[in-house]
Design a protein around this ligand. Structure first.
Ligand SMILES: *[C@@H]1O[C@H](CO)[C@@H](O)[C@H](O)[C@H]1NC(C)=O
Length: 319
């Protein structure tokens, strides 16, 4: 019995610590909400319809909203029947970017960096009587590069991306006390990075050697860097970008042995095709979040377990 209560508490207590917020009634012109209330609880679904001659900015003739932690799954709008709703093309952005577009308006697509149009002539599409003309496709360029691999004691001075276009140059920076041996940039050429920079210690150590001579070589940690803090006689461990350190941050030499080593746990890449909106691409190990599902107004919980994204909701039940 105690175990059951404990389990129940772990479950309920966890749920309550999430502190999920209610949603305020969304404003809607030329339409109506069912049920109509001032506020809605987290997880509540609300339908909305539009006055005659108008349609909601979703694929169906009535819209459904879901309240998720103080936010609605989308902002309800009623627009003219001949208007178009925002077109969705993977790996591309429509310009201008709007919720809806009046009849006869044109959008121009721009493929993400490293992607190109399958047929260039489709980059512009026109809204004709509530429907878009044929939409373009953006394919990954065969000369695009993956994210550059991790360079010890260095980082890259721009946000993480998993695709770079041919000809793009990235700049590295060495961490304090290190300098480049050779050049500090790399350029994407025919799907390969042309150079892997190397950061070496800029001041050659003098005086007594490392305090850890008794323990031998520094331990290696996959996806992590080991550096020595000479003053404090410890090794410091830092994980590669987005990797999560689990275990002690510092390692010491005790009785001719290195103390317990930490591990760097892998981030998870999120499957965008499950979500209603484009979300961040990566989640760190141990993180948990939830997102609106692609079609039904319902949500999926996602947690990251050492490189493996686990989904619960939108038809998945990974845990
Ligand atoms: C849209 O274009 C069509 C065909 O060119 C034209 O007949 C119609 O009047 C236009 N509609 C508006 C609202 O401009």
């Amino acid at each position: 019995m105690r175990i059951i209560l404990l389990t129940l508490c772990v479950w309920l207590c966890q749920a309550s610590t999430e502190e999920l917020k209610n949603c305020q009634r969304p404003s809607l012109h030329n339409g109506f909400l069912v049920p109509r209330q001032d506020a809605y609880n987290h997880g509540t679904k609300v339908s909305y319809g539009c006055n005659s001659g108008l349609k909601p900015v979703v694929e169906t003739w009535w819209g459904e909203l879901l309240c998720g932690n103080g936010e609605w799954s989308h902002t309800p709008h009623c627009v003219s029947m001949s208007d178009c709703i925002a077109p969705v093309v993977p790996h591309a952005t429509p310009k201008p970017s709007q919720v809806s577009y009046p009849v006869n308006s044109t959008v121009t697509f721009v493929c993400d960096k490293g992607y190109e149009f399958e047929k260039k002539e489709l980059r512009q599409v026109v809204c004709e009587n509530g429907e878009w003309g044929p939409l373009p496709t953006c394919n990954r360029n065969k000369n695009a590069c993956d994210a550059p691999s991790h360079v010890p004691n260095a980082l890259i001075t721009q946000p993480y991306r998993d695709t770079f276009e041919e000809g793009e140059t990235i700049e590295y920076r060495c961490k304090e006390g290190y300098k480049f041996e050779g050049k500090g940039t790399s350029t994407c050429e025919k799907s390969k990075w042309d150079h892997t920079p190397k950061c070496v210690e800029s001041d050659v150590p003098s005086g007594p050697g490392p305090s850890h001579a008794l323990c031998g070589d520094y331990p290696t940690i996959e996806h992590g860097d080991v550096t020595e803090d000479r003053d404090r006689r410890v090794l410091k461990v830092q994980c590669a970008a987005l990797y999560k350190l689990e275990g002690p941050k510092e390692v010491r030499c005790v009785n001719r042995k290195w103390s317990d080593l930490p591990v760097c746990k892998a981030p998870c890449r999120l499957d965008q095709s499950k979500f209603q909106y484009r979300q961040r691409e990566y989640m760190q190990h141990g993180e948990q979040d939830w997102f609106f599902c692609l079609s039904s107004p319902s949500y999926v919980q996602v947690k990251c377990d050492n490189g493996r994204a686990l989904y619960r909701g939108c038809g998945d039940r990974d845990w």
